[in-house]
Design a protein around this ligand. Structure first.
Ligand code: AMP
Ligand code: ZN
Length: 487
């Protein structure tokens, strides 16, 4: 394959010409969500950035194996080395089985990503489904002398590893500085060095998610699951590994150390990191509550917005920024994105009606190349969108008769712009909602108007909305979390 795709590699800090391990094939792994709460728009931004990568790789002809895991065990509160599992904590607070929590938020994750037209990965492995693989890697690292066991827990020996490799290669750190900047072990901890990280942890009696192992009942360390699942499905050395910027250290640094120590080769050739989505200038995050949920945007039921926005508009908003740039979410920014999105979709409708002329005075070949050039330059979606709007200009000038286009050029214009808008960017015409989605949106709008009527003590109107919906077979139910409906 003769592709000119360049990818910014966090490892080298440079854009590099993309050369996969196996000609024509790409192995790509993306760290998935920890399923203990609803995904917020920040999480979605990272997954959508890699959806764009996946879509473009396929568009230019690669066969891609895209693996994105579900973290359903091992990720401790505050990403700490000690403490409670995020999922177990939520299960304890809600008096549910941990796997009920996992199921609920995995479904939410799929539902949201699907609404936003993200393609599903080819394999979606779970941490709990790969305990044996994680135990095997831990045994291997112990046998190689790069891990040690203390009291039922096994730790990776960072200092020993660093004697022959560079721990910090990805994040640009060095171990001596890290040691100088960390507090000493407090005597409670059983690790030899503060930098060492857990491969396997002994389960204390209150830890409800645990499995048998050669070291007793315990659970795997968070970093280990990604090494186990990525190498199992993609091999010891694969092409692309992605995640949000915040995962660079320690999560991905530890993955490099584990993979290299086990298999003698660096596991990943191109490390890609997506930048953060902010809200009011601060990072969106689950723990601080500074976030917005995609469904709040689709229904408009949030005081952060003046109205609802369709999923494709949200997608367009996100793709207007390069994946390595910061992006701030606001009512004004999404409203502007909606205008651009709708202008684009109007042009796409117009394009269907354009008839070819005998001659052409528009330049399609070089415009088409500029679209590929944008994406070949480290998936530069904002530049691509600017080029697509150059295409919109062509459509408009042909439509109003100031330019003409022949059959060959028209076919190329259609194939290119439709390919980039629908297949690469994954946008959808807003009215392309399925009927059930449309019904849901309309009823939610009426529920919102009924609430406004009730707030204004306009009981007659609120009753009318309820009764007329009932006459149509749609029953509203008022509950403590708001109004829902059945039909
Ligand atoms: P988590 O479920 O918390 O492990 O996060 C899932 C993914 O979302 C990870 O790749 C994070 O890096 C990413 N992420 C978390 N917060 C943000 C944010 N504000 N903007 C973009 N990505 C984020
Ligand atoms: Zn991971």
């Amino acid at each position: 394959m003769n592709s000119n795709l360049h990818i910014y590699n966090t490892l080298s800090g440079k854009k590099e010409l993309f050369k996969p391990v196996t000609e024509g094939h790409v192995g790509m792994y993306v760290c998935g969500p920890t399923v203990y709460s609803n995904v917020h728009l920040g999480n979605v931004r990272t997954f959508m950035s890699f959806d764009l990568v996946y879509r473009y790789l396929k568009f230019i002809g690669y066969k891609v194996r895209y693996v994105r895991n579900i973290t359903d065990a091992g990720h401790l509160v505050d990403d700490a080395e000690e403490g409670e599992d995020k999922i177990a904590k939520k299960a304890r607070l809600e008096k549910l089985e941990p796997m009920e929590i996992v199921q609920r938020y995995t479904l939410d994750f799929h539902n949201i990503l699907d609404k936003l037209n993200n393609l599903p990965p080819n394999i979606e492995p779970t941490a709990t489904g790969h305990i044996i693989e994680q135990i095997e890697i831990t045994k291997d690292l112990l046998a190689k002398g790069l891990a040690y066991e203390v009291n039922g827990s096994v730790y990776f020996d960072v200092i020993k590893y660093n004697k022959t490799h560079h721990y910090g290669i990805l994040s640009g750190r060095n171990l001596d500085d890290m040691i100088a900047n960390t507090r000493a072990l407090d005597g409670q901890e059983i690790k030899r060095n503060p930098q060492d990280f857990a491969l396997w942890k002994k389960a204390e009696p209150e830890h409800i998610m645990h499995w048998p192992s050669p070291w007793g009942e315990g659970f795997p360390g968070w970093h280990l699951e990604c090494t186990a699942m990525s190498t199992k499905y993609l091999g010891n050395q694969f092409d692309i590994h992605g995640g949000g910027m915040d995962l660079k250290f320690p999560h991905h640094e530890c993955e490099i150390a584990q993979g290299t120590a086990c298999n003698g080769v660096a596991p990943v050739n191109y490390w890609m990191h997506a930048n953060m989505l902010t809200l009011n200038g601060k990072r969106m995050s689950k723990s601080t509550g500074n976030n917005i949920l995609p469904n709040e945007i689709f229904t408009g039921e949030t005081d952060k917005l003046t109205k609802a926005y369709a999923p494709s508009v949200v997608r367009f908003f996100m793709l207007q920024a390069h994946y390595r740039s910061n992006l701030d979410f606001s009512d004004i920014a999404i409203a502007a994105a909606e205008k651009g999105h709708n202008r684009l979709m109007e042009a796409m409708e117009l394009l269907k009606k354009i008839k070819p002329s005998e001659s052409s005075d528009v330049e399609i070949e070089s415009w088409r190349k500029s679209c590929f050039d944008a994406m070949d330059d480290d998936f530069n979606a904002p530049i691509l969108i600017a080029k697509i709007f150059d295409g919109v200009k062509i459509i408009n000038t042909v439509n109003d008769g100031t330019a003409s286009i022949n059959g060959v050029d028209l076919a190329l214009l259609k194939e290119t712009i439709q390919g980039f808008v629908f297949d690469v960017l994954g946008l959808e015409a807003v009215n392309a909602n399925s009927n059930s989605e449309l019904l849901e949106n309309v009823v939610n709008m009426l529920i919102k108007m009924r609430k406004q009527a009730r707030d204004a003590k306009n009981w007659a109107l609120s009753d009318q909305i309820r009764d007329e919906l009932l006459a149509l077979g749609i029953q509203l139910k008022d509950g403590k979390d708001g109004t829902s409906f059945t039909y």
